[in-house]
Design a protein around this ligand. Structure first.
Ligand code: 7RM
Length: 356
């Protein structure tokens, strides 16, 4: 997956408490005899070029980070990476969320100088290691696609009845066992069987939505719990978020379905703008139109809420469940895994203010 050699210096920027951290900062690189970089700190201290400075200083060859970080670097602008020599890099990796094509291109052009393949690696805590990824140098890449399952892994997309979907969207499943797979949920075997092995017989349910395109490439659409149902049309959060981030003013976005009397659910979009852009109701209208142009009228956001920050876990995953609580005026659920708990309260105040 990473084409790692003993001479390589590998840097995975994940939080070490996230499965990506201990697996790919410690076990993976060290078991392969490579050198690993461990960094504890934020990417903007003491300055916004910190990561690029570390790559230059230690001659990092393989760099593995998350789309949320890449979108933050895009928001800060390319002047920061441009100050450092990144020519030691030969391979880039992405993990944790679907990477939108715009962020993929930025990563490829600005960080990789159009010289480094990107491995977009799909996996879960449950799978224990990467199961779907391009093979660097072998797989023809498509920005935003995880491409194909790793050799030996039988990934498939099933419809509700367990039929394989050859083209189009459905539930991502794994059909055969693999070395690092989950064996139980500690102290709760029943839940293990219910969550992962009950929908389809002898097939592992990942809980993610995915689609297969006309060339047989796999694209992740987000968690099934997050899928939005507008007047009977199922829309992945990823599709709308990617359309929003495609607009020149937008740095990051999180989309949720909010209860709606007529449509079942209506689309609410939380949007972080690039630092040079000011929010306005005119811009909100423009963004709604942009989504309609990219996807269609069905995906048009009912409201756009501008926010400086989105609620994220320490591994950078947006907690859409909390955004739904805010949009539907509920008391916030468990916030203990947030990287910065103050973000949701600020957002809640702002949302109530904007609604009022
Ligand atoms: C490694 C990790 C698992 C969930 C998974 C997906 C999402 C992870 C990708 C991705 C699209 C990717 N473990 N996910 N990698 N979605 N493309 N390359 O993240 O247990 O914390 O999360 O993360 O939804 O089910 S995890």
């Amino acid at each position: 997956m990473f084409d790692i050699k003993e001479e390589d210096t590998f840097w995975c920027t994940a939080d070490i408490g996230w499965v990506t951290g201990h697996s790919y900062i410690i076990y993976g690189p060290l078991a392969n005899g490579a050198t690993t970089v461990m960094y504890e700190g934020t990417p903007d201290y003491p300055h916004r070029g910190r990561f690029w400075e570390i790559i230059e200083k230690y001659g990092v060859n393989i760099f593995y980070t998350a789309p949320t970080a890449i979108r933050t670097f895009m928001k800060w602008g390319e002047t920061h990476p441009e100050k450092f020599d990144l020519s030691s890099l030969r391979l880039l990796g992405s993990v944790g969320e679907p990477i939108n094509p715009e962020a993929w291109m930025w990563y490829y052009n600005i960080i990789g100088s159009k010289n480094c393949p990107i491995v977009d690696t799909w996996w879960q805590t449950e799978t224990g290691s990467i199961l779907i990824t391009p093979l660097p140098g072998l797989t023809k890449l498509k920005p935003g696609s995880v491409t194909h399952a790793f050799p030996g892994i039988e990934a498939d997309i099933f419809d509700e009845d367990g039929q394989s979907i050859k083209r189009g969207a459905g539930n991502l499943v794994i059909k055969n066992p693999w070395p690092s797979m989950l064996r139980t949920i500690y102290g709760d075997k029943k839940r293990y069987i219910k969550e992962y092995w009950s929908k389809y017989k002898n097939v592992y349910l990942t809980g993610d939505g995915a689609k297969r395109d006309e060339d047989g490439y796999l694209w992740l659409l987000g968690r099934l719990d997050d899928v939005i149902n507008v007047s009977g049309h199922r829309i992945g959060t990823m599709e709308i978020e990617s359309a929003l981030v495609d607009h020149r003013a937008v740095a990051e976005s999180a989309v949720i379905g909010k209860q709606h009397e007529l449509k079942g659910q209506a689309v609410s979009a939380f949007v972080t703008l690039k630092e040079t852009v000011k929010s306005s109701s005119k811009l909100a209208d423009e963004l709604k139109k942009h989504v309609v142009k990219k996807i269609g009228a069905i995906a048009r956001p009912e409201d756009i809420i501008f926010t400086a920050e989105l609620p994220k876990t320490r591994s950078g995953k947006i907690m859409r469940r909390l955004l739904r609580d805010i949009a539907e005026g509920r008391i916030l659920g468990d916030t203990s895994t947030l990287a910065d708990p103050s973000v949701v309260n600020a957002l809640k105040d702002k949302y109530e203010h904007q609604e009022g």
